[in-house]
Design a protein around this ligand. Structure first.
Ligand SMILES: [Zn+2]
Length: 157
């Protein structure tokens, strides 16, 4: 699940996005794809190669607006492949220096929303797996296959 526009003023709403204050910030925005990132594609390619089929970017159920990056409705498994920037990875996420206060609020809001999403899905009987963009796609796929109870050897040749 990637960054989505805040619904509007409310608790945790950091205010409208500041205009990028420099070319550096504008370039950073452009480098942060929100969907079909290289990491997501790498994970999906590996799942496909192992014969695992999945649905991409769907709401697991009607009662939540959250969209899983990979969803298995029958197995009630939702996988999020979190971008290190938008989801504020503690290992490699960072806060842009320009408009810092806005970004701190924005990223904190994203984290809070992720935790609410997890809690909601788990209370509704879903298993939720989250992986960081910096995690090795092979390791991610191994974990997903274990969760699905689906294990096939790495393809040979
Ligand atoms: Zn990271």
């Amino acid at each position: 699940m990637e960054n989505e526009a805040p619904a509007g003023p409310g608790p945790g709403y950091p205010g409208p996005a500041p205009s990028p204050s420099s070319d550096v910030v504008a370039a950073r925005f452009r480098r942060q794809p929100r969907r079909d990132t290289a990491h997501e594609l790498a994970v999906r390619r590996r799942l496909h190669a192992r014969g695992v089929r999945y649905r991409v970017d769907v709401r697991p159920c009607r009662e939540t607006r959250a969209r899983g990056d990979l969803v298995w409705k029958g197995r009630r498994l939702v996988v999020f492949l979190d971008g290190c920037f938008w989801h504020a990875c503690p290992t490699c996420g960072h806060v842009p220096r320009a408009n810092r206060d806005w970004w701190v609020a924005k990223l904190a809001g994203n984290i809070a929303r992720d935790r609410r999403t997890d809690a909601w899905l788990e209370s509704a009987g879903w298993r939720v797996l989250r992986f960081w963009e910096h995690e090795d796609p092979d390791v991610v796929v191994d974990a997903i296959c274990r969760a699905l109870g689906h294990w096939t050897a790495h393809p040979t040749g």
